[in-house]
Ligand binder design. Sequence first.
Ligand code: NAD
Ligand code: UDP
Ligand code: UDP
Length: 318
Amino acid sequence: MPALTNRKRVLVTGGAGFLGSHLCERLLAAGNDVLCVDNFFTGSRDNVLHLLDNPHFELMRHDVTFPLYVEVDEIYNLACPASPIHYQHDPVQTTKTSVHGAINMLGLAKRVGARIMQASTSEVYGDPAVHPQPEEYWGNVNTIGPRACYDEGKRCAETLFFDYHRQHKLDIKVIRIFNTYGPRMHPNDGRVVSNFIIQALKGEPITIYGNGQQTRSFCYVDDLIEGFLRFMDTPAGVTGPINLGNPGEFTMLELAEKVIRLTRSASTIEHMPLPQDDPKQRRPDIAKARAMMQWEPAVPLDEGLDRTIAYFRGRFFS
Ligand code: NAD
Ligand code: UDP
Ligand code: UDP
């Protein structure tokens, strides 16, 4: 059913999570009606508490592995636990969320004629044999390892998006998100930025897995959300997949040293075993995002870490 007002009705699945809550905020600020759908597995009402009084915001508890019948103009499909601890907690449900969730949201998009974006991930590249990773690289994923429920679920979701595009002419957008950090990250989901900040603020040892020479590239959340919005507004037919991330690459040892310095912590460094299938290096090639939508991250790591440290201090240490 077409909307009776000019306001766009935007569905955000996983909207009560870390990235989803920032996206809902930005969409509301831009004058949209936002329907946030979440089963609160890793997200929470707290993340969107400040939006609940906004008459243009609606929060619905729903699991995307079940069908959803609503009338919307645009869909951002973010529902899926994102950190290894969370997605390995119930791996079967993780695959179901990616695959059945994608089918249901694509079915919904097909029925109402909505444009739909999939939050895919750099994990589709697995432990990459090509560095940095361009979108053309097909990846190196262990199909039966402990990370596969997430990686393969996301790969299958991409397949579904492109088949609905080819078969049913759906207007799709697929973004591959690289490690992102910022306020409202889950405090105990085991991800490296939140772990290091909390350990530093508590004065506990910083846990580096392996020798700390593995690399990651960290994007501040505001930069990433700007990329979401710009890509959603590209012309129909521009499908991606497109990498979104910050190409600055750091070893985990460098990250630990930065966090210790920025928090002025007395924490020491402790080495722990490297988890199975842990990628050795990861850095996005963002040439396409730069060329297509003049997008590139603007927040340097030190500044983003400062803002994230301030959030954790205020929320958990005051
Ligand atoms: P998050 O865990 O904070 O958010 C995921 C949200 O999805 C949570 O609110 C959770 O409750 C919800 N959810 C999970 N299963 C659901 C289901 N079956 N039905 C409805 N809701 C469900 O994680 P995030 O970091 O905000 O990630 C958001 C999306 O971005 C995910 O799809 C993730 O795979 C993707 N992504 C994130 C990163 C990152 O660095 N944060 C990197 C790559 C991809
Ligand atoms: N679906 C949904 N909301 C809708 C339309 C469809 O959740 O508004 C779900 C429905 O459960 C269906 C799935 O999306 O199984 C795929 O829909 P599609 O039309 O592609 O396939 P079909 O209905 O033929 O299975
Ligand atoms: N890591 C670490 N200490 C921690 C948590 C993570 O050294 O306390 C490492 C982890 O082994 C990986 C990197 O930091 O090499 C990023 O881990 P994260 O779980 O944040 O993201 P992902 O591996 O999914 O990129």
